[in-house]
Ligand binder design. Structure first.
Ligand SMILES: NC(=O)c1ccc[n+]([C@@H]2O[C@H](COP(=O)([O-])OP(=O)(O)OC[C@H]3O[C@@H](n4cnc5c(N)ncnc54)[C@H](OP(=O)(O)O)[C@@H]3O)[C@@H](O)[C@H]2O)c1
Length: 249
């Protein structure tokens, strides 16, 4: 039976991906910062592990608990929106800790076993913001663009060990809690700097005019991760959601 380890499986894309892999008969190791048994359907193929991707001890314990892993899905991530000037260095670093160094640490934790078995797939969940620059998203976009670059280079190295690597690029998904969490973080940290308010207004006006039909659903991302995990012919970069597909075309 194949096993997938998914980070950030308590909500949004990660939770939907865990549900999809469970429904397909896989063993699912669902990584959560605060483990909860009530989020996923009960199954003897489901294991919930405590996992914070910024904590090396937590990563070590979770990977040991998981046992042999066929597919790692680096899904956990955090958002942020502000001008470069309005982004405290602490916040900049925390975005890179979760969105880039977390996936790197997870890769380093599972690669020895995949290399030994000469098999495995790493799926890194990035973002369609890396396909088109958007105002106020510099820090977040930089963390995901660095993840794309790292993933692309690692694909060259890891093909020597028959390990596949894929990048899933979701579009904007207003239905997950991602935007609300980012907005709360911005408010906690003082909001937007006053001189940038015209830039903020223009950006929000632009987004308000975008078609609500062209958004990404959690199911789109789960399907893209499934394709990345199971289709050896899938491309290195897989857009997920109508808006991401339109951007990548
Ligand atoms: N939603 C979008 O519009 C969108 C678009 C493109 C890409 N993405 C990317 O897609 C991924 C999932 O987003 P989502 O929309 O599903 O967000 P979400 O609903 O906010 O879920 C994020 C998940 O990541 C977890 N997480 C955050 N920090 C973590 C850490 N240090 N260690 C382990 N888990 C952590 C959260 O756990 P807690 O429950 O403990 O907070 C949660 O399970 C992220 O990488 C995000 O950057 C999102």
């Amino acid at each position: 039976m194949n096993t997938v380890l998914i980070t950030g499986a308590s909500a949004g894309f990660g939770l939907e991906t865990a549900k999809l892999f469970l429904s397909k008969g896989w063993r699912v190791v669902a990584g959560m910062r605060s483990p909860r048994e009530d989020l996923l359907p009960a199954s003897d193929r489901l294991e919930i592990v405590k996992l914070d991707v910024t904590d090396p001890d937590s990563i070590k314990a979770a990977v040991e608990q998981a046992g042999p892993i066929d597919v790692l899905v680096n899904n956990a991530g955090i958002g942020w929106m502000n001008a470069v000037e309005g982004t405290p260095m602490k916040t900049m670093r925390s975005l890179f800790e979760t969105n880039l160094f977390g996936p790197v640490a997870m890769m380093q934790a599972v690669l020895p076993q995949m290399r030994e078995r000469r098999a495995g797939v790493i799926v890194n969940v990035s973002s369609s913001v890396t396909l088109k620059p958007l105002p106020l998203l510099s820090a977040y976009t930089a963390s995901k663009a660095a993840l794309n670059a790292l993933t692309e280079v690692s694909a060259l190295e890891l093909s020597a060990f028959d390990i596949r690597v894929r990048i899933v690029l979701p579009g904007r998904a207003p239905t997950t809690g991602f935007g609300d969490a980012a907005r709360a973080r911005i408010q906690q940290q003082g909001g937007f700097p006053e001189p940038y308010m015209p830039v903020v207004k223009a950006a929000f006006d632009g987004w308000a005019q975008e078609s609500e039909a062209e958004v990404t659903q959690a199911a789109d991302v789960a399907e893209a991760v499934w394709q990345a995990a199971t289709d050896v012919a899938s491309p290195l970069r897989i857009p997920a959601g109508a808006d991401a597909v339109a951007l990548s075309g």
